[in-house]
Design a binder for this molecule. Sequence first.
Ligand SMILES: *Cc1c(COP(=O)(O)O)cnc(C)c1O
Ligand code: SF4
Length: 441
Amino acid sequence: MEKIIKTYSLHNFKRISQSSLLNNELIKDIEIVGRVLPFKTNNYVVDELIDWENVDTDPIFTLNFPRRNMLRKRHYDIVKKLLDENADKHVIDEVIKKIRLMLNPNPAGQEHNVPYLGEIKLKGIQHKYPETILFFPSQGQTCHAYCTFCFRWPQFSGMNELKFAMKETDLLLKYLKVHKEVTDILFTGGDPMVMSAEMLAMYIQPLLQEEFRHIHTIRIGTKSLSYWPYRYLIDKDSDDIIRLFEQINKAGKNLSIQAHFNHPVELSTSAVQQAIKRIRATGAQIRTQSPVLNHINDKPELWSQLWRKQVDLGCIPYYMFIPRDTGAKRYFELPLEKCWEIYRKAYRQVSGICRTVRGPSMSDAAGKIQVLGIQEINGKKVFVLRFLQGRNPKWVDIPFFAEYDAKATWFNQLKPAFGEEKFFFENQRYDLTSKNDLLFE
Ligand SMILES: *Cc1c(COP(=O)(O)O)cnc(C)c1O
Ligand code: SF4
């Protein structure tokens, strides 16, 4: 039997039958904060993941529903006032636009990773590390539900989708033909798994040809296993998705699903467990990642449970991230020290099989920087850091030091330790325009 996704957002969330369990204050907060931050959820999340008896603290409710403290008080107050006054729509929209711009909508200089093919700027590609490109198919730029920690503008495209996909595929293939150093393509979004099987095949199948044998791994970054596991079970093209996955495997390529799970509850339903089984049976691997988030997964026990459960289900724990400085970051952020403590306390509770995970890691403009820990050297407390991925691959795995800072929540707040003026990589760090020279020197 097919299962139909019902999505809920600002205009219809009161129709959720469980919404009678929301008090007026929570409803008001959703209406105010939901104007600024993304808000979308669906019947699977609402019926199977959220514990409606405990909405005040429920992590999955927090993951999908806007809460008051996700906005700064002064922003909250402005929007509230305008709504209370029944202000003109244009006035409200202008104010909301301004607030959003103050929430750092494009963190970590990602625009610098967009490559060129001759004169053509390839807006759907990011190429930061030599071996992996990120590809953003235009039809995959939405999700089955939105995470409150992710800051996304609502994006819709009314174009002729198939034609557009063909044009994008064409550019992607041309780019790959001249970039033989690329071994991995990561389809990302949004969530590429919102696309139909047909659309996904249009992007992926050409990559299976002999000409692209330098591509070893196709990765798909997705939260669909958490938000809509029926994608792999009883959507109308679920079987086609599974066949496409099998085809990738038969063509001799690795298919790695980069699955986002933020909390053990997301692994608890029979739908997600069956979906994982079905994906694994195609020969695909599932690797998992999540940011460490205040109010959602800020306890070591949740992480050790998460990793153990993932391994039990045949998934490979991959990354723990520190949330980027964007959107509602203030609500979700934790000091770097706390992130490391959560990581380390969880890590020591699990066996080596779960210790494929790496983190906690910050995606800075320079690369992925892991907090290895805090140590005292010659009586000075310092952060020990290293690159897991670097804009320049030569930086990877070299330990370096930053002054201890109990409050720091992101790399840009850290200073080099021992009176050094700069971090060892900083002369090159801001030289983003000559990226390709750096990559291949
Ligand atoms: C994380 C990331 C990748 C993939 O890195 P892996 O360590 O190979 O998983 C690729 N590009 C960008 C921009 C990234 O942030
Ligand atoms: S699923 Fe991913 S892209 Fe979509 S809202 Fe969540 S974090 Fe953002």
